[in-house]
Design a protein around this ligand. Structure first.
Ligand SMILES: NC(=O)c1ccc[n+]([C@@H]2O[C@H](COP(=O)([O-])OP(=O)(O)OC[C@H]3O[C@@H](n4cnc5c(N)ncnc54)[C@H](OP(=O)(O)O)[C@@H]3O)[C@@H](O)[C@H]2O)c1
Length: 306
């Protein structure tokens, strides 16, 4: 399993992680099977959030972890907070501390390796977040901090108030979600693709040693569906199939490898709750794509170059 260095830390972790957003649909035994499968594949990083399944995903994970063939310290366990579903984003100190306490209890662990702010709160007071982070770290409840779906200015604003270095920004990225690179090809042009929707977040993250964690790697749109084997994307599926046959692997492994080919050293968060799919998807971490293969897949996904 390919590994990456996590943000500005010296920690080496697997290049693909297990995301447990969909784990609420599983029994504890099924979740144990998924954890064991992930660990068997070399995955040592788990991504949770307090809102997944209304907290149920973390509860099931916590129960399954007790049965699985892995100890707590062999895993990097990350969770996210800061969303009150359907109501608001909430980075108040009390909300963040309660979010972590809730996750520690549901996951059945004493500490989170990393805690991420899930989506930017327009009412964020950086000094209040800093106070929450300091308390959480001093209490031994959280070791590292990061963000998710933040743009560079939002990271700057928050980082300026913190005593800890933000090490992660979790963002949607994959073959059918490439806005973060499209605009770079169209710099100083007047077409729609020249618009930077995220202010150069990939370049920013590389400069500031923040690991980009690519969420929903096989989805198109935002939760519109999976592009793998989807008749809406015949060209992309044909291109993935051709490469998969040449490299004796699967289409989903090619889609994973496409993300990992980017020199930003991203980490891919896999969301499958099917052990066979998980194995296929994770296999992409060991597939090398040439520069031309990477571009050919980008074209097959419906893109071109100026
Ligand atoms: N920060 C954020 O805002 C944010 C937002 C969304 C997600 N996330 C994180 O990202 C993780 C992954 O998100 P996701 O679950 O949407 O990612 P995903 O892996 O792109 O999508 C998972 C879905 O695709 C299917 N699938 C995966 N591999 C497949 C394959 N080889 N063949 C056929 N179907 C396949 C899965 O079904 P099966 O289970 O049947 O394989 C499942 O329905 C989440 O668990 C969460 O940790 C973060």
């Amino acid at each position: 399993m390919k590994s990456i260095t996590l943000g500005a830390t010296h920690q080496v972790v697997s290049a693909v992680a297990l995301g447990i957003m969909r784990m609420d649909a599983l029994t504890v035994d099924q979740a144990t099977t998924i954890i064991d499968a992930a660990v068997g594949l070399g995955i040592n990083y788990v991504d949770a959030a307090d809102i997944y399944g209304g907290g149920q995903s973390s509860t099931i994970f916590g129960a399954a972890l007790k049965q699985a063939n892995v100890t707590r310290d062999q895993l990097h366990i990350q969770s996210k907070g800061g969303i009150v579903p359907g109501k608001r984003y909430d980075f108040s100190k009390s909300h963040l501390i309660n979010a972590v306490d809730g996750e520690l209890s549901r996951l059945g662990v004493d500490y989170l390796d990393t805690f991420l702010l899930h989506r930017p709160d327009a009412l964020m007071d950086p000094s209040e977040v800093a106070a929450a982070f300091d308390d959480l770290q001093a209490a031994g409840k959280v070791r590292h901090f990061g963000v998710s779906n933040f743009n560079p200015r939002q990271v700057d604003l928050l980082q300026a108030a913190l005593s800890q270095k933000l090490i992660v920004n979790q963002l949607q990225f994959g073959l059918m979600h490439t806005g973060a690179i499209d605009f770079g090809f169209h710099t100083n042009m007047q077409d729609e693709r020249s618009i930077s929707h995220d202010d150069g977040i990939i370049e920013y993250s590389r400069l500031h040693q923040m690991t980009i964690q690519a969420w929903s790697p096989y989805q198109y749109g935002t939760f519109a569906g999976v592009f793998l084997d989807n008749p809406k994307f015949p060209k992309l599926n044909a291109a993935m199939q051709t490469l998969a046959a040449a490299k004796h692997t699967t289409k989903s492994a090619i889609a994973t490898a496409w993300i990992l080919r980017h020199p930003a050293q991203m980490q891919v968060i896999l969301g499958s709750m099917n052990p066979a799919h998980l194995a296929e998807n994770a296999a992409g971490a060991d597939i090398e794509l040439s520069r031309q293969e990477w571009y050919d897949l980008y074209f097959a996904a419906g893109n071109d170059l100026p």
